[in-house]
Design a binder for this molecule. Structure first.
Ligand SMILES: [Zn+2]
Length: 407
């Protein structure tokens, strides 16, 4: 169920020839290299390039930790294979906040042109790395991050490329302004948070090549299904909408602001199967994009067809107002609400913004193994009530079950 809008991990990168002379002094490839040439800036030779998709921003979550979830794009511009041996994420004082070694790197890396995780980047290939740097509190969020990435290079063409190289890459500022505070987009109990941050769920994996650049709009997106008192979201044949009791639940505005775009013309999909033949602008199904101000936009997707609340573009929505009904339109195989915040009105050509809910109840959580084992049957899931209680100003982590008050 509940698949990403588009999991497109495609990059075509030219392989550069590094033969020939250079006018610039090139130092040792070590991050701690120094130049003996007086007055000359120290340059590092970095045959694998890296940059962040967007500026990282911290997120306090229901696991009582603060997550800094972001992505690196790597480009191996050599004629040799480069295998990532380790990734060390350092704060502005050089302290390691997160380190991945050897095979622990693999689940967090996807090489362009491949269909499964892997850490060996071929000549001319690119790769995406998903990072989840965790600190104890917002006070511990660094003002910048950098990365020491160690590569094992296939022996080959250029003497300057040694078998093992550690590159300092993708130094970035961190947005320390904190998450955006909103109210929940749903009302009632038993809402299971599917595909949300910060593991490499389908939402985090949906880093898409849009408008000539990678974008990560679904970085913090949540897919909601509602569990009944037995812990199930499916009560009959999987291919009938009536088997999903929460189909038609109210979707409510998470803040004040106008509707900037919407559509309600798409039909409900038959649940229990994967739709095909959708165009890019149909992936979100019927949807509303709301301008919350300060460059923040809310995206409510897969809504029921026909605009049942009769909303219109330009309408000023009020926090808590019902704006649509939970549906099964677009790229969906079971009724659910897909919700995220983003930094532009484009649901795919944007980057995700972290958010917290001002007030909600944490009912508990289920395990990934339980989800995998029972998803086809729609449950019943075993909800562990550890940590249950009233919460404020936190993001509900993947696999949590939450309850949202009315109004
Ligand atoms: Zn979704």
């Amino acid at each position: 169920m509940i698949r990403p809008a588009a999991r497109l991990l495609i990059a075509t990168l030219a392989t550069l020839s590094l033969a020939g002379c250079t006018a610039a002094a090139v130092s040792s490839p070590s991050p701690s290299s120094t130049s003996p040439v007086a007055g000359t800036p120290v340059d590092d030779f970095t045959p694998v390039l890296a940059s962040t998709i967007s500026i990282p921003r911290a997120l306090p979550a229901t696991d009582d930790r603060v997550h800094i979830a972001y992505e690196l794009h790597l480009s191996n511009v050599t004629t040799q294979t480069a295998t990532i041996e380790s990734i060390d994420v350092l704060d502005d004082s050089g302290q390691s906040l997160e380190r991945l070694d050897g095979d622990d790197v693999t689940p967090w890396v996807h090489v362009a042109g491949t269909t499964s995780p892997g850490r060996t980047i071929g000549p001319g290939q690119g790769a995406l790395v998903w990072l989840d740097v965790v600190v104890d509190s917002m006070d511990d969020v660094p003002s910048s991050l950098t990365h020491d990435v160690s590569f094992a290079f296939e022996p080959g063409a250029l003497p300057i490329i040694t078998d093992e190289m550690t590159e300092r890459l993708a130094t970035t500022e961190v947005d320390t302004s904190g998450p955006v505070s909103i109210s929940p987009p749903l009302v009632g109990a038993g809402w299971l948070n599917g595909n949300s941050c910060c593991a490499v769920t389908p939402h985090r994996g949906a880093v898409n090549p849009i408008n000539g650049e990678y974008h990560a709009p679904e970085r913090y997106a949540i897919d909601y299904v509602q569990l009944d008192e037995n812990g199930s979201f499916l009560t009959g044949p999987a291919d009938e909408l009536d088997s999903y009791p929460y189909f038609g639940s109210d979707i409510v505005a998470v803040g004040d602001g106008p509707i900037v775009s919407m559509r309600f013309d798409l039909p409900e999909q038959t649940p229990g199967g994967n739709p095909s033949g959708l165009t890019l602008d149909e992936y979100g199904g019927n949807h509303i994009v709301q301008d919350l101000g300060d460059g923040v936009y809310a995206f409510y997707a897969h809504l029921q067809t026909g605009n049942p609340l009769d909303v219109e573009v330009g309408q000023q929505l009020v926090k808590g107002e019902t704006i649509g009904l939970l549906g099964n339109t677009g790229n969906t195989d079971a009724p659910h609400l897909h919700f995220h915040l983003m930094d532009s009105p484009s649901p795919l050509g944007s980057n995700g913004i972290p958010f917290v809910y001002d007030s909600f109840e944490l009912e508990g959580s289920i395990t990934a193994a339980d989800l995998d084992a029972k998803i086809a049957a729609g449950g019943p899931f075993d909800i562990d009530a550890a940590g249950a209680g009233s919460e404020a100003d936190l993001y509900p982590m993947w696999l949590t079950v939450t309850s949202y008050p009315a109004g």
